[in-house]
Design a binder for this molecule. Structure first.
Ligand SMILES: Cc1cc2nc3c(=O)[nH]c(=O)nc-3n(C[C@H](O)[C@H](O)[C@H](O)COP(=O)(O)OP(=O)(O)OC[C@H]3O[C@@H](n4cnc5c(N)ncnc54)[C@H](O)[C@@H]3O)c2cc1C
Length: 453
């Protein structure tokens, strides 16, 4: 990840003295961890957040250095219910919110734009895609119920599979797709979604550059072993991705029960690469915020890179490459990812695009050890795993994050709302009559504020 991100610039408070024996330790300072910490602190609980990276935000992070303009390396849309907490904050800060609920789209067939008949066929493919997936039954793969011989169905399937869910449609659970809610809001943020998330996390008690290695929940509370020593707490909220959970980077004692392990296995990480292509101010005939896609050659997963042109008026185009094609490409390295996105773009827009191109940056997540993928995608047959993953262990180890955030799973907004909800449960539990340590906490909460606090 780039060093000069908005999150790093705003910073958490890494040097602040943190409680050694907090009520709750939160693993991960992404959207879910930040929301959980804010909620618990509002309840008067003592919290420590452990973050392995050198900045907060997790998969919502805005890079201002690479292109000289805010570039969201992870999430770039604020999507979800109308009362998403991020929206009020962004408005309060005077950030530019760009409605993207009805984006203009440009479809290429080779090096020319699609004609009206082709556009109608593509629109038809979209409605037939929805009809096929909504009308089918059971937790089967999307691929198994789609009329793939229909013109442009492969383009639609590539938008929804690799570009949206991060997986090819034979890996996409129809039922999981069906469980996603329609967005009430869908907005780009000119200053970056990551900047909003960083603001939400500013001033939280976060310990950066500190990986959690083990969670021991064999006793009364929990003991979290980190690079910088062990933290004992009454409860722990784990917010790392299912990729990190599956990798075994955090050891649990006792082991995670079978139901939890199978839930993690049923929620593998999808892949989505973002390539930011900076141009010199030339718009190449494309309106800002329009989507650009192209027809495909050969069977799925076909070579595809789809684009968002000049988001929020910036001078770059974002190329998206997802699913297995993206996974293979990430292993070829940064130059290969940039060439793939640029060559595809030039093949549609013409050599003018190459002349006006300045430089690029890549955000790739599959090999990032702190995520090991972009976001969770339930396997066909794995519907129900999101609910199982969210079940706490022994009323002291809780799980929060995008993977459990139904009906807004995979989203920043969903992760935030889920973190908040789980923190509410933890607060209620620690408040419960007879809970050990509650009296001490009430004393702590009610003590008069000292000067300078
Ligand atoms: C390319 C891409 C595009 C996306 N686009 C959108 C979009 O447009 N809109 C949208 O809403 N969502 C989008 N998302 C998804 C969204 O970014 C995530 O769903 C959300 O940010 C996840 O938040 P989280 O708190 O659940 O997890 P994370 O953000 O992953 O937070 C977990 C934190 O745990 C830390 N961690 C990992 N291991 C350890 C450890 N051992 N010890 C301590 N800390 C650890 C990580 O560094 C991370 O900061 C996108 C994601 C990607 C990758």
């Amino acid at each position: 990840m780039a060093s000069a991100t908005a999150a790093a610039a705003l910073g958490a408070t890494p040097l602040r003295a943190l409680p050694t024996n907090p009520d709750v330790v939160i693993i991960g300072a992404g959207s879910a961890g930040i929301a959980a910490a804010r909620r618990l602190m509002a309840e008067g609980l003592e919290v420590v957040v452990i973050e392995a990276a050198d900045q907060i935000g997790g998969r919502a992070v805005t890079d201002t250095a690479a292109l000289g303009q805010p570039f969201d390396r992870g999430a770039s849309w604020l999507q979800g219910p109308a009362d998403l907490p991020h929206l009020d904050l962004a408005r309060d800060l005077g950030f530019g919110l760009v409605d993207h609920s009805r984006p203009r789209d440009v479809l290429f067939v080779g090096d020319r734009q699609a004609n009206p008949t082709e556009r109608r066929q593509r629109d038809r493919a979209w409605s037939d895609f929805y009809a096929a997936l909504s009308g089918a039954r059971g937790d089967v793969s999307a691929a198994s119920v789609l009329p793939m011989d229909q013109p442009f169905m492969d383009v639609v399937a590539t938008w929804v599979g690799p570009m949206d869910f991060g997986v090819d449609i034979d890996q996409l659970s129809r039922q999981d797709w069906y469980a996603f809610a329609e967005y009430d809001v869908n907005k780009l943020v000119r200053e970056g979604v990551g900047t909003v998330v960083a603001r939400l996390g500013a001033d939280l008690p976060v310990r950066l550059n500190t990986a959690a290695r083990a969670v021991d929940w064999s006793g009364d509370g929990v003991r979290v072993e980190t690079d910088a020593g062990t933290i004992s707490a009454r409860a722990c909220i784990v917010t790392v991705s299912t990729g990190v959970l599956a990798s075994g980077a955090i050891r649990f004692t006792p082991d995670l029960p079978d139901s939890k392990q199978s839930a993690i296995a049923d929620l593998p990480m999808g892949q989505l690469i973002k390539v930011g292509l900076l141009f010199d101010g030339e718009r190449l005939g494309l309106s800002p915020n329009s989507f650009v896609s192209h027809s495909l050659d050969g069977p799925l997963p076909a070579d595809a890179c789809y684009y968002l042109a000049f988001p929020a008026g910036h001078d770059y185009v974002t190329g998206f490459i997802g699913g297995q094609v993206g996974r293979d490409l990430e292993r070829e390295g940064e130059a290969a990812m940039i060439a793939y996105a640029l060559d595809r773009f030039v093949s549609m827009l013409g050599s003018d695009a190459r002349r006006h191109f300045q430089r690029a940056t890549v955000a790739a997540w599959d090999t990032n050890p702190l995520t090991l993928g972009a976001y969770s995608a339930a396997r066909p047959g794995g519907f129900g795993a999101r609910r199982r993953l969210a079940e706490p262990l022994g009323e002291r180890v809780f799980f929060a994050g995008e993977a459990m955030a139904t009906p807004y799973a995979t989203l920043v907004g969903g992760a935030h709302l889920h973190g908040e909800r789980i923190a509410g449960q933890v607060a209620d539990l620690l408040e419960a009559p007879g809970c050990t340590g509650c009296a001490a906490r009430h004393q702590h909460r009610n003590r008069p504020q000292e000067a300078g606090e």
